[in-house]
Structures are given as structure tokens and as C-alpha cells.
Design a protein around this ligand. Sequence first.
Ligand code: MN
Length: 498
Amino acid sequence: MKATKNYQFWFCTGSQDLYGDECLRKVADHSAKIVEALNATGKFPYEIVLKPTLIDQASIRKTFNMANNDENCAGVITWMHTFSPAKMWIIGLQEYKKPLCHLHTQFNEEIPYDSIDMDFMNENQSAHGDREYGHIVSRMGIERKIIVGHWANASVQDKLASWMRTAVGVMESSHIRVCRIGDNMNNVAVTEGDKVEAQIKFGWEIDHYNVNDAVDYVNAVSEGDVNALVDEYYSKYEILLEGRDAAEFRNHVAVQAQIEIGLEKFLEDGDYHAIVTHFGMLGGLKQLPGLAIQRLMEKGYGFGGEGDWKTAAMVRLMKIMTAGMKDAKGTSFMEDYTYNFVPGKEGILQAHMLEVCPTISDGPIGIKVNPLSMGNREDPARLVFTSKTGPGVATSLVDMGNRFRLLVNAVDCKKCEKEMPKLPVATAFWTPQPNLEVGAAAWIMAGGAHHTAFSYDLTVEQMVDWADAMGIESVVIDNNTDLRAFKNELKWNSMYYR
Ligand code: MN
């Protein structure tokens, strides 16, 4: 899977030519020190690049257009060190097309009580200048991330680093290409949607192929390549025969290895980054792709079951946003399946027929071969495991007919109370915030799907910022959710997003 680009973020300090060269020299020096110190923290997923101080309309316009045209630039971080009259910013902002951050900071952390004079105040007046700049960005209705605090503060740095991942999600959204080798499942509503509108809003290209176009690739895989991959599976995963004949079991696993290699080549040749299948439209495939899809998801591909291209694209997007993250806990396609309603132990068992990404696994991963209760194919091989504990976000992008809505639910992942020896699929278990009763009610009220794109490594804030950048509605279900207010929010949103 192709990694994302070596993106950079430009650091642009605003000032003006009123305070003299000495002041501007200090402004540039402070900006350089901040950028150097930020990069040296090692916290940022992408490099921050200092640009010359912006002091007039021409340099602002030129810099924003250079940012537009530099394919490695994923966003601009702006900060007004001194006052910078905001009319100078209008044309540049109008022409700027990439993610924008307003870092509302100041070079010095503390007021220098003993030495402060008017020169110092004129030089260090972001409290003043950033308000002027913020006014024009708001008046122009431009989406931006506002981060407030001293630049050396760990929490400020964490917020900036998180925003960078959102910005890369915004940049990369228009490169997401989804390959459908199965249509929407008969009569299912929530996985449907307007693909043209999705391309307009998100830049996603969603194409359909006859499944047998992919089958040709699968059939073309050499026996040697299949055997080598099966050997890799057998060295990496526990083989859970559960009474099946060992040779027959291996043959079933080999079918998935052949599908993995064939599908990956098919996706690479078409430059696709996400795929949807349908258990009822398998053409010449001998098994529903299970283990094969799980491995592709692990490599960074998006996936949605039963033709669900929206969730496939979201899984891919969220994998891009978490790319290269240290100690990442995983991102997967998921489905709400079964409840535990026992008081004090409430939660939702998450799984799918087969296709759960092994990046979210906790502990050993096994391979099982079991019948699928749906479809008419061989018993498919699949990876089985349980998942990590801790906070995560479950997202659902739904088409409300006249707009897209992104639901973002903060969830608390837990271990299942007991093992489930007869359940032959990978699982997770979580309690939606604020609790199952309110969380599920809000989810249903907002029209959320049974499929989700789930990640341990992203926050509600990052997903909401992404939705804002895309110009779509987002609704959050978390510990602050109150059903009465939530219902009103949906009503008000329906007026705004019409
Ligand atoms: Mn499903």
C-alpha cells in the first residue's frame, strides 16, 4: 500500500511594515525559533517549514498561491506576531484552497513584568493582531482550526499534531478511489448513497467492476506465490483446525491467499485504495474474501461489506489519517451486531461476517475455516481475534437525501466478559458514550448505520474537523450528549444543511 506523501506544513507569521526593521527582524527570529523547537520535539507527524514573514497583500497572496501549487504542502499555519491589518489578507485567503490553522500563540510565555515597555508590547501583540486576523477569516466564512496557547506547551503541540493528521485527511480525501466488485445488498437503505455527490463533496471516485474482472487476476496468481503466502500465514497465525482435516484446511486457506494476491494486484493496477464486496455477488470466486480482505485492510486498504462504499472510503480515510502513527492501536471496518443488556455490563458486540482488520487485535491471531450462513460458496478462511481496550471513535457517514451526515460516537472498548468459543469471527466489544441507552438512542435518532469505520487512534475532534473542512454536517455522541438537546441539534442542522 502506498504511504501518503511526505507532506509539509507551512508556518506563516503575519506582521506589517509599521514597526521598523528591528521589530521585523525579531519577529522573523522568534518564528524561526518556534519552528525549530516544534520540529525538534519529534511530536509532529509532518515537518513544519518556516516561510518569510508576511507584511503586505502581495506577499500574502503569493505565499498562499505557492502553498496551493506545492503538492507537498498540506496546510498553512498562520499566526499574527504583531498587528497585521486584515484587509491585506482578503485576496490571499480568497484564493487559498488548503487546510488552514490559526495558531493563536505568543513568543514569550509570561509577561516580563520588570522590563515590559511599549516597544515590547508593539512587538508581541498577538492578542491584538490575531483578533483582527480572526475577524476577517470568520467574516469570509473560511473553515480553519484555531489552537490557543503557548507554543511550547505540550497540549498545544499535541493539538497541532492532531490537526495535521486531519489536514492530511482533507488533502488525501480527493485521492481516495473505491473499487466496487459488488453492488449494494438488495433493499438495504443505509449503505446506499449518492456517488456523484460524494465525489463533489469528498473527491472520492467510486467505480464499479464486474467481479469476474477481479477473478481473472485471482486466477492468474501462480501456485508458487500462493504457497509462499500460505507459509507466511502458517508462520504468523495460529492454525485452529477444530476437527477439520489439516490438508483440506490448508486448501481453504490457500484460496484466500490466492484472492489476497490477486485482489491486491487488481487494486494496484487500477490505483484503488478501497474495495467493497458482496457475499451474493462472487462470480468465479470460490469463497467470500475473508482473510484476504482482513490482510488488505491491515495493509491500509479501506473496506466495506455488502457494497458499502461510504464506509470503505471512510476506513481508507481514517487509515490515512493515522498513517505512521507511533503505537497505533488500529482502524477497522466494523458492524454493530449483538447487545449485552445486563445492567452494569452494557455494550455492543462488534464483528462482521469475516472482515475485521487485524490492526485492532489484541493478543494472538488465529485462522479458522467455518461455514458462512449466507451465500453459496466454500467455507471461507478468516482471521479470528479479540480487540484492544480503551477509547475509540466509531463513525458512520450516511446520506440523508439532501446532504451527508457524519455521526461520530466516542466509545469505550472493553474485553468481553467471557470467551465465545463457538463464534468464528474477530470481535470487539464497546460501550458507546455516554452509555448504551443514550448512545444507541442518539445513534438511531441521527440515522446512523450498522456499519462503522472505527479507530482507536483518532479523536472526535479530528473527525468533526474533517467533516467541517468537507462542508458536511457532523453530529457527536459522547459523554456530553443529552438526548433532548441532541434532538434539537438535529432539527437545527436540518435547517442549516438544506
Ligand atoms: Mn454488513
